[in-house]
Design a protein around this ligand. Structure first.
Ligand code: NAI
Length: 247
C-alpha cells in the first residue's frame, strides 16, 4: 500500500478527479480527509468504496479561512498529523474577455488561486513540524497553452504553477522534505467538462495524440504518485496528464 496510514487532505473530493483520488487513496491505505462544499455528494462518496472506513468527510469551503482553520485543527486533533494536501477544488466561469463579469473573474481567482493559498498556508505549520509532507496542486494544460474564453481560469491555473515553484523552494529550506508539485490535466471526463458542447469536445479530441478524453482515475493515479514516497526526489514539477495535447 503506497499511502499506508498517511493522512491525506483532498479538496473538491465530492466530484470528478477529487472523488476518484479519494477512492484511490483509501484503497492505498490512506486516511482520506475528503473536503468539499457539496455536502450531499460528499456523503455519497462513502457508498462508492469498500474502504469507506478510511474516508472522513468534511464540509469545507477553500475560500473561507475561518472554516479552514477550524477544520484543520479538528483533523490534527483526531489524526495527530497531516502528510498530504491535494489542492484539487476548482471551478470554471467561462466568457470572452469583453463579456467576462468582474464577479466571474473574482470567483474563479478566489477558489482556484486563493483557495490553494488558503489551504496550503493552513496546513504548512503541521508539515514543518514533522519536516515532511507532499503538496499536490491542480493546474491545467490551459495554463501553458491558453484557451479562448478562460481569462480568469487560465490566470488562476498559471498562478498555481507559479506558487508551486515558489513553495518547492521555500518549504524545503533547512533540509525539510516537504515537496510541492503540480498536475496539469488535459481534457478529463468529469462534471466540469460535461457542460462543454459536443462539437467543441470533438475538435479538442482531434488534437489529442491519444485521441480521447482522459478518465478521472488517470489523473488520480498521478496525484497518488506525487503524494506517495515513490516520488521522494521530485519537487517543483508540473506533470501533464493530457494524452499528449501539449507537446
Ligand atoms: P468537478 O467540477 O467535477 O469537481 C470540482 C469539485 O470542487 C466539486 O466537487 C466542487 O464542489 C468543488 N469545489 C468547488 N468550489 C469549492 C470550494 N470553494 N471549496 C471546496 N470545494 C469546492 O471538476 P473536476 O474536473 O474534477 O476538476 C478537479 C480539478 O481539476 C479542478 O481544479 C479543475 O480546474 C482541474 N482540471 C480539470 C480538468 C478537466 O478536464 N476536468 C482539466 C484541467 C484541470
Amino acid at each position: 500500500m503506497r499511502l499506508k496510514d498517511k493522512v491525506c487532505i483532498i479538496t473538491g473530493a465530492a466530484s470528478g478527479i477529487g472523488k476518484a483520488a479519494a477512492i484511490l487513496f483509501a484503497e492505498e491505505g490512506a486516511n482520506v480527509i475528503a473536503c468539499d462544499v457539496q455536502k450531499e455528494n460528499l456523503e455519497k462518496l462513502k457508498n462508492e468504496t469498500v474502504n469507506s472506513d478510511r474516508i472522513f468527510t468534511y464540509v469545507l469551503d477553500v475560500t473561507n479561512r475561518t472554516n479552514i482553520k477550524e477544520t484543520i485543527e479538528k483533523i490534527v486533533e483526531k489524526f495527530g498529523k497531516i502528510d498530504v494536501l491535494v489542492n484539487n477544488a476548482g471551478i470554471t466561469r467561462d466568457a470572452l474577455l469583453l463579456k467576462m463579469s468582474e464577479e466571474d473573474w473574482d470567483k474563479v481567482i478566489e477558489i482556484n488561486l486563493k483557495g490553494v493559498f488558503n489551504m496550503t498556508q493552513a496546513v504548512l505549520p503541521y508539515m514543518l513540524k514533522q519536516n515532511k509532507g507532499s503538496i499536490v496542486n491542480t493546474s491545467s494544460v490551459v495554463a501553458i497553452y491558453g484557451n479562448i474564453g478562460q481569462t480568469n481560469y487560465v490566470a488562476s491555473k498559471a498562478g498555481v504553477i507559479g506558487m508551486t515553484k515558489v513553495w518547492a523552494k521555500e518549504f524545503a529550506r533547512k533540509g525539510a522534505q516537504i515537496r510541492v508539485n503540480a498536475v496539469a490535466p488535459g481534457f478529463i471526463k468529469t462534471p466540469m467538462t460535461e457542460k462543454v458542447p459536443e462539437k467543441i469536445i470533438q475538435s479538442v479530441v482531434e488534437k489529442i495524440p491519444l485521441n480521447r478524453m482522459g478518465e478521472p482515475e488517470e489523473v488520480a493515479r498521478v496525484y497518488l504518485f506525487l503524494a506517495s514516497d515513490e516520488s521522494s526526489y521530485i519537487t517543483g514539477q508540473v506533470i501533464g496528464v493530457d494524452g499528449g495535447l501539449v507537446i
